[in-house]
Ligand binder design. Sequence first.
Ligand SMILES: [Zn+2]
Ligand SMILES: [Zn+2]
Length: 462
Amino acid sequence: MELFRSPSGTRDWLPPDSERMAYLISAFAAQVELANYRLVLSPMFEDSGVFVRGVGDESEVVTKEMYDFTDKGGRSLALRPEGTASVVRAFLQHNPPVPFKAWYVGPSFRYERPQAGRYRQHHQVGIEALGPKDPYLDFEVISMLMNWFFSLGLRDLVLKLNSLGDDNCRPPYVRELSSYLEKNQNLLCVEHQQRWQVNPLRVLDCKKEECIAVKENAPKIKNSLCPECSMHFETLLSCLDEHKIDYVLDDYLVRGLDYYTRTTFEVACASLESSQNAIGGGGRYDNLAKALGGNDTPGIGFASGLERVLLACETQGILLPAVPSPKVFLADITGGGKAAHMIHVLRTLGIACDRAFDNRSLKSQLRQADKSGAILAIVVGEKEKEANCVQLKWLFPGDKDRFIQLLTVAADSSRDAGTNGRIFSPESDEPEKRDIIERYRLSDVLPEDLAYSAIKEFFRNA
Ligand SMILES: [Zn+2]
Ligand SMILES: [Zn+2]
């Protein structure tokens, strides 16, 4: 029988890549929780209507890429193409107090021909802030994204900014743009020659050479902003200036989604290939709540694709930490029951440890210990088991000396401080302690009980 493989356009994440991904997420959570954003988990699929809103909605995601299907109950559902609409839907359904500041992490889906670096399932983190229309919230959201990137050590980032205006000033601009596009219709790319009327702003986002050329002389929205939109944008820009967050203004930054108003932004990483160098972006969506049938509620957020961010880190030689290896490895050649007991005790003490299974030879178990990345191997043979002792094998030279030092210091301080020694039990008297240390120096063997407390002490000080 042929083996099953992951579905087309998906990939599996295994260590250490999966752990770097987990690191990105925990660094993100740490960052946004500083600003009181709190985790929201929403379903991976929604009523398709959450993403296709009304007639004339022609964003690329919706028309071409949505991973939608009809379920057994005849409902039209879609795997979420992005996080924002889901979070806003959840906000409207549960009506939490505003400002509502949420962060999320999870897969997003698109149905398209699989190609290098583009997956049908990919992973995003993001934040959404609903309620305030304050430009300082825009600053908070943008600085949150930048701070996360900086905390990872990413360099060569370009923050691009634009304002798309609002219901007041955008319609006249779109009319102006439309008449410009009409005049230059024949110069547009094949697709947009047919479809530019559906959403003229989308032409500004087109990556085809023809449309890029037409765009060059297209009217700019910044010349059409109403005083309120101008003021909002200016306040944001001067706050970014004041805090030395560099940006470039991009008059044609419209982003792929149809619901943005006012501030839009995108972060490009110069180390990545230019067609796929956006590692995060978002904007204000003051009309989205209303478009989903709720009360008029302003909002702003961003999303960032973790696969891209990881790629950017790799390209820049930033090696994100993986999960720490076990510190102790148990090699038990008496059947394995002793190892079961000891790892149980060590884990209760908070020490990361692992063991060998299937009663393999000592040589094979020690080879596993070496590979595991552990610092210390504990060997239990028949002799040790009989005497309630364990043999310690330090896998890096020097660790044993430090361990002995620790035993000695502990013995000394326990003498000086009466019965306050942290490693030896108060009952054991000093000559006995000295004796144990000397014997350990020669033979690597320690009583099991003493080994636990000494190992705990060692890793606490490591
Ligand atoms: Zn085009
Ligand atoms: Zn305006």
